[in-house]
Design a protein around this ligand. Structure first.
Ligand code: FES
Ligand code: FES
Length: 572
């Protein structure tokens, strides 16, 4: 079929089932982004004969003999007022959503622009909070010191991980466990290998036997060695258990569907407290840096400063609050993905959407038994991370596929996989006990945390440490204590997430301070002012040893004033 894109004619044969988004990217129009593939995010918005459409929802054949405009077809920020508005107001951060936003705004009339939340409800941004986008649409707002990538972002020239044409590319899809806890008895791959276009099938029998963690830290000892590249035991629904590499995504998916696995289903446990009880299913054998595998305990924090028992005895009021804080997904608009190939010198090149390229290189070298100089990890512009890409979730399997096939391989997780098989904020059960004198002066704080690290301990110990320490450091109080534990369950592994454990415990702590103020009949702002740390105070958390660090200039007092004023004004 023939279609016209940004004034250029393309004669493009399309396979059945191809959507316009896929076709445009195959033709090299990488300004069109894929955030979901299901019509929810708007990153793929283009103009089809002048009408804004989500190109992932449009069958490619419907564009035959029609005119498509992508962000690359606009005249640029000097001549185009919409692109100029986004550039001047910096209506983006990672910029992955920006091409779609720009195209949607282009199609709006003045009346629609007056009600942006309605007019742009089909375009999601994970980074900006929408204020800057509204400023961009309003135009006339100019931010000093624009980001260096501004022109590339608003014109669609910025290149993200998969915005690259690689000749001879293979595609990798992952088969995932349907069971929360199960052992693989056998994998039958003949039917998958017989699917036309399938090049390779990788299972735990093909993977290195070295245990590591998906978490990436400068010091790898921050995490337990509890994870294999592909494991003969599945410990959560969604764990990858095999990979199929094929000439097309469709063939790789058909190969996954044709794989037959014989499972031995095992008892599972989903609650962190239950997982630590005698008789609970044990998830892991005792591997490196797991504190107590027999009781599913990966890490524990016990800290004391002063004597909380004496502090509670001296209090005029004691309150206790308890919360279950739920799992949260980062939902970066660019899904996890990478491309791997061997360069002319036989060096493994990994182009990945990662926050930690150097740590990924080191981990791949260890895992695949390669000299680090034989690996090059490239991070292009990253379409959002928020901690979710401080893990190695796709690079290892993709690299293994390239080493096995000798060919370039690409993997791109679906939005569903991002939600069901990549890391999240740690669900936590947090209890806070707080005591104070009648004037609001704190006498004791006790924090109890049970962190559900999921099936693997990636970031589990470090997140627990921060959750238990800094939250106690925010208040002056002579008697503090924390008891925290991170436990394995047969659920999705949690990981690094903005706040790194503190969002959960700070929420509970602040609720306790409010409850204490109510009990004493005091203003909650005044209770905070009376007790909050001040510049020059030592940083005293749950553990001795942090008190050699002092608070400097910090702005906490100004924040409190601003919040109080905003709430009083009714704008809060
Ligand atoms: S709406 Fe098309 S990729 Fe999200
Ligand atoms: S700037 Fe919108 S998703 Fe990152």
């Amino acid at each position: 079929m023939r279609l016209h894109v940004n004034g250029q004619a393309h004669d493009a044969p399309t396979a059945p089932g191809t959507c316009l988004l896929t076709l445009l990217r195959q033709l090299g129009w990488f300004g069109v982004k894929k955030g979901c593939g299901t019509g929810d995010c708007g990153a793929c918005t283009v103009l089809l004969d002048g009408v804004a459409v989500h190109s992932c929802l449009v069958p490619a054949f419907r564009a035959a003999d029609r005119h498509v405009t992508t962000v690359e077809g606009l005249p640029g920020p000097v001549a185009d007022p919409v692109q100029r508005g986004f550039a001047q107001a910096q209506g983006f951060q990672c910029g992955f959503c920006t091409p779609g936003m720009v195209m949607t705004v282009h199609a709006l009339d003045q009346a629609q622009r007056a009600d942006l939340p309605q007019a742009m409800k089909g375009n999601l941004c994970r980074c900006t909070g929408y204020r800057a986008i509204a400023d961009a649409v309003a135009a006339g707002i100019e931010v000093d010191n624009p980001a260096p990538a501004t022109a590339d972002v608003v014109t669609g020239a910025a290149r993200y991980t998969l915005d690259i044409g690689v000749p001879g590319l293979l595609h990798l899809r992952l088969l995932r466990s349907p069971h929360a806890h199960a052992r693989i008895r056998a994998i039958h791959r003949a039917a998958a290998l017989a699917v036309p276009g399938v090049v390779a099938v990788l299972t735990h029998e093909d993977a290195p036997g070295r245990r590591d963690s998906t978490a990436r830290h400068e010091d790898h000892r921050a995490d337990p060695d509890d994870t294999l590249l592909l494991d003969g035991t599945a410990r959560f629904i969604g764990q990858r258990v095999a990979a199929v590499v094929a000439e097309t995504v469709a063939a790789a998916e058909a190969g996954c569907a044709a794989l037959h696995i014989e499972w031995e289903v095992l008892p599972a446990v989903f609650d962190a407290d239950a997982a630590m009880q005698p008789g609970a299913p044990q998830l892991h054998a005792q591997h490196g840096r797991i504190l107590d595998a027999a009781h599913n305990v990966v890490h524990r924090v016990v800290g004391r400063s002063g004597c909380v028992e004496a502090g509670f005895a001296a209090a005029d009021a004691v309150v206790e609050v308890s919360y279950d804080l739920q799992r949260v997904q980062h939902a970066a608009l660019e899904a996890h993905g990478c491309v791997t190939w061997l360069d002319a010198d036989g060096r493994l090149v990994v182009r990945s959407s990662t926050q930690v390229p150097f740590l990924v290189r080191r981990a791949l070298a260890d895992l695949l038994d390669l000299d680090p100089s034989r690996i090059r990890v490239v991070a292009a512009r990253v379409g959002g991370g928020f901690g979710g890409k401080q893990e190695m979730l796709v690079e290892d399997i993709c690299a293994l596929a390239t080493l096995r096939t000798g060919r370039p391989v690409q993997v791109e997780l679906t939005r569903e996989e991002v939600f069901t098989a990549t890391t999240t904020r740690h669900p936590m059960r947090v209890a806070v006990r707080a005591g104070a004198r009648a004037d609001g002066t704190l006498t004791a704080l006790h924090l109890h945390v049970v962190s559900n690290t999921g099936a693997y301990g990636n970031h589990g110990p470090a997140v627990l440490e921060h959750a238990c320490n800094e939250v106690l450091a925010m208040y002056r109080c002579p008697n503090k204590a924390a008891d925290g534990v991170a436990a394995y369950t047969n659920t999705l592994p949690a990981g690094a997430f903005r706040g790194y454990g503190l969002s959960q415990t700070l929420f509970a702590m602040e609720q306790a301070i409010d409850a204490l103020a109510r009990r004493l009949g005091l203003c909650p702002f005044e209770v905070r002012r009376r007790n909050m740390v001040r510049p020059g105070d030592a940083l005293v958390g749950a553990r001795p040893g942090l008190d050699d660090v002092e608070f400097g200039s910090y702005g906490l007092d100004q924040c409190l004033d601003l919040v109080q004023a905003a709430l009083a004004s009714g704008r809060g």
